[in-house]
Design a binder for this molecule. Structure first.
Ligand code: SAM
Length: 351
């Protein structure tokens, strides 16, 4: 059953309402592909008895909540690589091995196709922006459904983009350097906004999702794929040292505050994890929302959090970069450990 969690065959919807006790159900007690949140409320708490339904609207289970969707996340963790300059230098080196190290362990082609499915890339003529597109791994999934000439890859790292430029299926894509928090596209420009594995480096994720809303056309869809916060203490420690691992409910809140409707969250993960999410996942969910009205987002924000022009203290910067990169190596080991467990533990048993 665990392996079927990520098979793409099941789609359940969780109906929300308000409770004074906060968001509260045990994520491990249900095996959902997609969680739908009532976007009419920005407070997405759930009633004490949340109803889980199949697509057919048949109620299949009533769950009594036990805890939050993901472990609570401290607000004061260091997150040594969650700023634009840090991400720039991190990818200066990681880009050399990115496609060979990150994708096999965390972001496989199967996962990518599963994660892009809610984006409804249903027409080859759609205008699509892939924000934080990096080496173009996700874009390779997009151009299966949309003509490459209609797709723009944007990233702040020229080193990552240089890898994308070498890929034959992406040769007709527009490839541009830019910032996810300040997109160089006009308002109401695109039919689809896709961003995979980039939000964790944005100093202000809410601003990036607000930009996603702005650049989409009326009825356009945003699809943000990103990490989820670990519940295992050691993984939580390394996650907090490295970068932002949002909680599932944070994604939903960012989308709703930006103005998106029909906000959905689909869980993803490597097949050999058998649904285990306690170590967190670098690519753990695909969140989608639909733009209900043309024009800018209703959300007003103040000035940007990070001033990239501001000089940094070189030694402090280097120290942060090294510590952050060391913490990241934990997440190179986790998928190997999970793969070994998957080989050893008999199929059908939890790992
Ligand atoms: C984990 S990679 C993901 C690349 C690609 N989307 C994929 O699926 O393989 C994250 C990318 O986000 C980019 N990035 C980080 N912060 C950014 C920002 N503020 N604006 C644009 N790109 C950013 C990085 O340069 C990096 O290429």
């Amino acid at each position: 059953m665990a392996s079927s969690m990520f098979s793409g065959t099941e789609s359940l919807t969780l109906f929300s309402s308000k409770t004074p006790n906060g968001l509260c159900f045990n994520a491990s007690t249900f095996h959902s592909k997609r969680i739908g949140f009532n976007s009419s409320t920005t407070n997405f708490n759930f009633s004490n008895k949340a109803r889980v339904r199949h697509n057919s609207n048949r109620i299949v289970r009533t769950i009594v909540p036990k805890c939050s969707l993901s472990a609570s996340r401290p607000t004061s963790q260091p997150r040594f690589i969650q700023h634009k300059k840090e991400a720039f230098w991190f990818y200066r080196f990681l880009s050399i091995v990115y496609d060979h190290v990150i994708n096999p362990g965390h972001w496989t082609e199967d996962m990518r196709d599963e994660a892009l499915e809610p984006a409804d890339l249903s027409d080859r003529n759609m205008i699509v922006v892939d924000v934080g597109g990096g080496t173009g791994f996700t874009t390779l999934g997009i151009v299966k459904h949309v003509d490459a000439k209609n797709v723009t890859i944007l990233d702040q790292s020229p080193h990552q983009l240089a890898k994308a430029k070498q890929k034959e299926p992406l040769k007709d894509c527009k490839i541009i350097k830019g910032d996810a928090e300040d997109l160089p596209f006009r308002t109401d420009y695109a039919d689809r906004y896709v961003s995979a594995g980039s939000i964790e480096y944005w100093p202000d994720p809410q601003r990036g999702i607000r930009e996603a809303y702005r650049v989409l056309k009326l009825g356009g869809k945003a699809c943000v794929i990103g990490p989820v916060y670990p519940t295992f203490w050691l993984s939580r420690f390394f996650a907090d040292v490295w970068m932002l691992f949002p909680k599932e409910e944070e994604y939903i809140e960012w989308f709703q505050k930006a103005g998106f409707k029909d906000v959905q969250l689909k869980r993803i993960g490597p097949k050999w994890y058998r649904g285990v999410r306690r170590h967190g996942l670098i690519m753990g969910c695909s969140v989608t929302g639909v733009k209900p009205a043309s024009g800018d987002s209703p959300l007003q924000l103040g000035p940007k959090e990070e001033d990239v022009e501001k000089p940094v203290k070189p030694f402090v910067f280097l120290y942060r970069l090294i510590l952050g990169a060391l913490a990241a190596t934990w997440f190179v080991l986790v998928p190997i450990y999970m793969w070994l467990k998957d080989q050893i533990v008999p199929k059908g048993q939890p790992i």
